[in-house]
Write a protein that binds this ligand. Structure first.
Ligand SMILES: [Zn+2]
Length: 105
């Protein structure tokens, strides 16, 4: 881990929840797209608490927020931040295209 820029926030939900950088930089640098998601993965922007990777079931792992208990499922084969980002962007694009609800815009 020796990235010069903080992790670009990862969109967790359609409602605007974001996963953001966990490190302060300095000599250790920041979290990178190729870093592996394990244990403490970042901060849930907004509530400000730590998010952790947990095993969920046969197919899915999840990120869980230790503050508000937001829980985001993703395929357990996903290893890195970059892969998670790609997966969630695809999921959200799909949802935006197909979920027409009067409650969403
Ligand atoms: Zn939270």
């Amino acid at each position: 881990m020796s990235n010069k820029l903080p992790l670009e926030p990862i969109e967790l939900t359609l409602e605007g929840d974001l996963l953001v950088e966990r490190h302060f930089g300095g000599s250790t640098g920041y979290t990178g797209e190729n870093d592996v998601l394990e244990s403490w993965v970042g901060i849930h922007k907004g509530c400000g608490y730590a998010m952790y990777r947990q095993h969920s079931n046969e197919k899915f792992d999840c990120l869980v927020c230790s503050g508000c208990f937001l829980r985001i499922l993703f395929f357990k084969e996903i290893r890195t931040y970059g892969e998670l980002r790609k997966y969630l962007v695809a999921e959200h694009n799909n949802l935006r295209a197909h979920r027409a609800s009067p409650w969403r815009s």
